[in-house]
Design a protein around this ligand. Structure first.
Ligand code: MSP
Length: 652
């Protein structure tokens, strides 16, 4: 890759949910590539961030009764905490509410209106708030989102909208795809994109009615810019587009843009390049769509209670193994990248993680490093022996591994790169078994013993250089145990992987297992373990409350007296309820998509009565209606025999 800067991007994450292990995967993949290119002495710009102007972000804030801006501001540290726990070393973190981004988005919109690529029209069709996607009636069969990962109920939208002339770019896009093999990765996804494009690209609605959240359309503040149009432009903002010419010249185009398969075809491989064509800006060099993770065989979802957060998982693995948190994070990174061939879907399970931890890390890697360093202390005065000759077979194995790692990483094949490194680890372990230094020591063959130990130590050093982008904390510990200063990331990869560079006489540090073996006998057997659905692990979002805390909640049965829609809010209803008090209360509830106002009066509901009142769409809500959340659908709760339960009855 011959360019001035290796610019790599993650999608920017919707800010309404803390990233789970599935989203974290996208970021880990990018971090590994960024670290690898930095280690090769390239200039790197690794950007990630948050997508904050979405309608769904506003709806979540509203449902929580919080001001949207305050809500998004409060989420930033929670994202950064997850990334820190996973050792993500990004160079720029962009939030789409930042002025630098708002300026770029509005200017791009203005320019495209001027060039005629954006025009005012009117839209009638479906919208999925969860995916923030417009769907044509022909794409929808049962009023639910056609995205198989979503399937949530859709809203029917009829409003004046600005449109982007996507159809105009259909032929140019197809031509580009056909003449640039390898532009879209993995290859099989390119076929999907071409089929989608050939089926016909319709002009894309790029605005929504302004309900007080989002970037206003310049010159027409009744509309806000469609969140995907805004979000995709973050990649230009980060690169200094329109604002820092010199930076933009060195950084653009992105070398790799990484994302999950769900947002690959429609947004990143058609809309995004067409927007760039309209602006006359060069296209990214590579767009990469990875597979999806499930957890213990199930789709990751809050309502299933199976969401795994990085911070929790790292804590859990660290306490199970006794490894430091940063090493537990390394193990999680290793697992996610090694477990599935890149592009395929994967299933995360704790047992598979522990198996890899014990076999690949504690055993294979641990053996190579620890017994060699321990023997160095016992028999060679604790230093890398003098006068050794690099073993030709090991040197060749190291050369092969280096070539394979490099070509696998240029080809975005993470598991292949790790397999190549582990082949070298196995070669090192086999070399030790075959040369049996313990016998050489018994036989007094000191020179040969020194030779063998030097070669084994040197293999461990080369492995440390190669694992550094994947497992930076582990690589640093290996480096320290080998007595080397700094970390493997300080030296240039191409030179550091050359076999035979360990200086003779280097003083080894005390041998210490980096990944202490997990005693699986002490782990709960699946039969004893609580079923994942009923008792998911305690996460930040499911922290335990004390009985005293629970007692503070005033939960009661209430009766709905009247219900009406709130103007401009598709999800909200204003309810007047009898909660057994002198005066009825007003409650704002997010159930408008599933219940018609006329079917509600007379129904019993469950109400959290002592929630701090909050203004939602100008209406003060005096309490919160409790409902079951079934994949985003709110289903009302009511007593078994409602006629026997008076309004105001306590729920305990
Ligand atoms: N905000 C948009 C992206 C805008 S980029 C201009 C978005 N955000 S997201 O938070 O929903 O998703 C971010 C990333 O997480 C995507 O790459 C998505 O594919 C990925 N994943 C979400 N769930 C996942 C799994 N279960 N498994 C793997 N990746 C997952 O989309």
């Amino acid at each position: 890759m011959s360019r001035e800067c290796f610019y790599i991007t993650t999608p920017i994450y919707y800010v309404n949910a803390v990233p789970h292990i599935g989203n974290a995967y996208t970021t880990i993949l990018c971090d590994v590539l960024a670290r690898y290119h930095r280690q090769r002495s390239e200039k790197v710009l690794f950007a990630t961030g948050t997508d904050e102007n979405a309608l769904k972000v506003r709806e979540v804030a509203e449902a929580e009764g919080v001001d949207t801006r305050a809500y998004v501001d409060a989420m930033e540290p929670r994202f950064k905490e997850q990334w820190q726990a996973l050792e993500i070393a990004y160079d720029d973190y962009i939030r789409t509410v930042e002025p630098r981004h708002v300026r770029v988005v509005q200017e791009v919109f203005r320019r495209l209106m001027e060039s005629g690529d954006i025009y005012l029209g009117s839209y009638e069709g479906w919208y999925c708030v969860s995916d923030e996607t417009f769907f044509a009636p022909s794409e929808v069969t049962d009023q639910t989102c056609p995205n198989p990962e979503c399937r949530r109920p859709l809203s029917w939208v009829k409003e004046d909208n600005y449109f982007f002339r996507l159809s105009k770019y259909q032929d140019r896009l197809l031509e580009y795809m056909e003449s640039h093999p390898g532009w879209l990765r993995p290859d099989y996804r390119a076929n999907e994109v071409m089929a989608f494009t050939r089926a016909g690209l319709k002009d894309q609605s790029v605005s929504r009615i302004n309900n007080g959240w989002g970037i206003p359309v310049p010159g027409d503040e009744k509309h806000v810019i469609y969140v995907w149009f805004d979000a995709l432009l973050n990649y230009l903002t980060v690169a200094g587009y329109l604002e820092d010419e010199e930076k933009f010249r060195t950084v653009w185009p992105p070398s790799v843009q990484m994302m999950g398969k769900d947002i690959f075809v429609r947004f990143h491989c058609t809309l995004w390049p067409a927007m760039l064509m309209a602006l006359g800006v060069e296209l990214p060099e590579m767009l990469v769509g990875h597979g999806f993770w499930t957890v213990e065989g199930e789709k990751i979802s809050k309502s299933r209670g199976n969401v795994v957060y990085a911070t929790e998982l790292v804590k859990e693995l660290s306490s199970l193994s006794g490894a430091a948190p940063e090493l537990a994070a390394d193990a999680v990174r290793y697992f996610l990248l090694r477990e599935v061939p890149f592009g395929a879907d994967g299933d995360f399970s704790r047992s598979a993680l522990v198996t890899r931890f014990n076999s690949d890390l504690a055993n294979d890697l641990g053996n190579l490093l620890n017994r060699t360093v321990a023997m160095g202390h016992r028999w060679c005065g604790g230093v890398a022996p003098e006068g050794a000759r690099p073993d030709p077979a090991l040197a060749e194995a190291a050369r092969n591994a280096a070539e394979e790692v490099h070509s696998a990483l240029c080809d975005i094949q993470f598991s292949k790169a790790l397999e190549a490194i582990w082949t070298l680890v196995s070669n090192g372990n086999r070399y030790l078994e075959q040369s049996a230094p313990w016998n050489l020591q018994k036989e007094g063959k000191t020179a040969e013993l020194g030779n063998v130990l030097y070669n084994a130590l040197e293999t461990a050093r080369v492995v440390a250089v190669m694992v550094n982008p994947f497992m930076p904390a582990c690589a640093a510990r290996m480096w320290t145990q080998l007595g080397l200063p700094g970390t493997p990331g300080d030296s240039v990869w191409q030179e550091a992987v050359e076999f035979g560079r360990l200086p003779a006489g280097t003083k080894l540090a005390a041998p210490e297992p980096i990944f202490p073996r997990i005693d699986t006998a002490k782990m709960k057997k699946p039969a004893e373990a609580a079923p994942a659905k009923k008792e998911p692990p305690v996460t930040e979002e499911r922290a335990l409350v004390t009985y005293d805390e629970f007692k503070r909640l005033d939960i009661r049965v209430a009766k709905i007296l009247s219900a009406e829609r709130i103007e401009g809010a598709t999800k909200l209803l204003r309810l007047t309820v009898d909660a057994g008090e002198e005066q009825p209360r007003t409650v704002v509830a997010g159930i408008a998509e599933h219940y018609k106002p006329e079917e509600l009066p007379g129904r019993s509901i469950v109400l959290l009565a002592n929630l701090q009142p909050a203004k939602i769409r100008g209406v003060e809500s005096q309490g919160m209606l409790l409902a079951a959340d079934v994949d985003g659908r709110a289903i009302l709760l009511q007593p078994d025999a409602p006629q026997d339960v008076p309004a105001g009855a306590t729920v305990r």
